[in-house]
Design a protein around this ligand. Structure first.
Ligand code: G3P
Length: 218
């Protein structure tokens, strides 16, 4: 499973890329607004230049015509930009038009396997089932990821499944076990994935023992 960072925070992206485990970034209007970025174009271009892989940027207009126009515009900003389109019937129309123009789409706000199937048939390169938000309403978000992966495999559909709305490390593990191609994770979850208390106490003990034999009392 590949890991994308789910953020529009430039420092977090810099740090994540340095770790060498990030192969893409996903953003959405909420994440961009949270960082106080007012120039959408320049922030998307900046992120695209920093990341060695796909960067999802969402359309922020409504209506098929306006979405299509804006998607074409965003697609012209960088080679590695992927257009996030919401999972609606208008979104499907836009997705199929963009796919014909070889513009990659990440269909977002996916909450059912039917939405994912239609996204794939329309030519979306990625679908993003929102795991945490389904869990929030008492559904099993990861079951949706499993179902989509199984259906895509069964019919040799090449659309990649991005487990999104990831809230904690257990979600990442479950996404990997469910066969998700990608999990897009907030920066704090990425750090938590690498953290283990036994690693920390192990390091302390190794250093304490080393100081004893080396006579280093600092
Ligand atoms: O990748 C989608 C994500 O940004 C939504 O996460 O936590 O707002 O449901 P959340």
């Amino acid at each position: 499973m590949r890991i994308f960072l789910d953020t529009a925070n430039i420092e977090q992206i810099q740090q994540g890329v340095k770790l060498g485990v990030i192969s893409g970034v996903t953003t959405n209007p909420t994440l961009v607004a949270k960082e106080g970025h007012s120039d959408y174009k320049s922030v998307v271009k900046q992120i695209c230049a920093m990341v060695p892989g796909p960067v999802s940027a969402e359309v922020v207009v409504e209506g098929a015509h306006a979405m299509l126009e804006q998607a074409r515009e965003i697609a012209s900003w960088a080679e590695n930009v992927v257009i996030k389109i919401p999972a609606t019937s208008e979104g499907l129309e836009v997705t199929s038009a963009l796919a014909k123009e070889l513009i990659k789409v990440n269909m977002t706000l996916v909450f059912s396997a039917n939405q994912a199937m239609l996204a794939s048939l329309a030519g979306a390169a990625y679908v993003s089932p929102f795991v945490g938000r389904l869990d929030d309403i008492g559904s099993d978000g990861m079951l949706l990821v499993k179902d989509i992966v199984e259906i895509f495999k069964g019919y040799n559909l090449t659309t990649k499944v991005i487990a999104a709305s990831i809230r904690h490390p257990q979600h990442c593990l479950a996404a990997a076990k469910s066969g998700a191609h990608i999990a897009t994770v907030p920066y704090n979850v990425l750090l938590q994935m690498m953290k283990h208390p036994l690693t920390d106490t192990g390091i302390e003990r190794f250093f304490a023992d080393w100081r004893k034999v080396s006579g280093d009392n600092t």
